[in-house]
Write a new protein. Structure first.
Length: 146
């Protein structure tokens, strides 16, 4: 591919747009060829998706006639070591303390986007209720792990 020198400066959105346009495809045509929805293609091209689920990446690669590893090169890299144990513990505590507050929100320690939070209600072997705070990011791979 003759644009390899631009690889490091292109975002996933820019890469998909350039590749789609070089194939002469509209968004609708790419959606049809890849088996994705127009909404999914728009989300990727508008930069709303920084990394893709494997199945979406494979479908997009098929539509763009590239190997899925080529697409992965343009996805945002995330350093999972940024979220410390202390940050995770603080998030757990905040979720538990604010479980009844409908306006509660907390941001991701990795990218700053809003976390989707919930409390899982589990029971131990003695039938005691155990509350487990759960959280995942809407934009990056951050997930609160037990």
């Amino acid at each position: 591919m003759h644009k390899n020198n631009n690889k490091n400066s292109l975002s996933l959105a820019q890469y998909v747009i350039q590749k789609r346009e070089s194939l002469g495809l509209s968004i609708e045509e790419l959606a049809d060829k890849s088996g994705l929805t127009v909404y999914e293609i728009n989300s990727i091209e508008q930069g709303m998706e920084l990394f893709l689920a494997t199945t979406i990446r494979q479908k997009l690669a098929k539509g763009l006639k590239v190997d899925n590893k080529e697409i992965k090169k343009y996805e945002k890299k995330t350093d999972f070591s940024i979220a410390t144990k202390a940050q995770n513990d603080e998030i757990r505590e905040q979720i538990l303390m604010n479980s009844t507050n409908p306006n509660f929100s907390i941001n991701c320690p990795l990218c700053g986007e809003k976390l989707i939070t919930r409390i899982a209600k589990l029971y131990d072997l003695e039938d005691n209720l155990v509350l487990r705070p759960k959280a995942r990011c809407t934009k990056c791979p951050f997930q609160l792990i037990d």
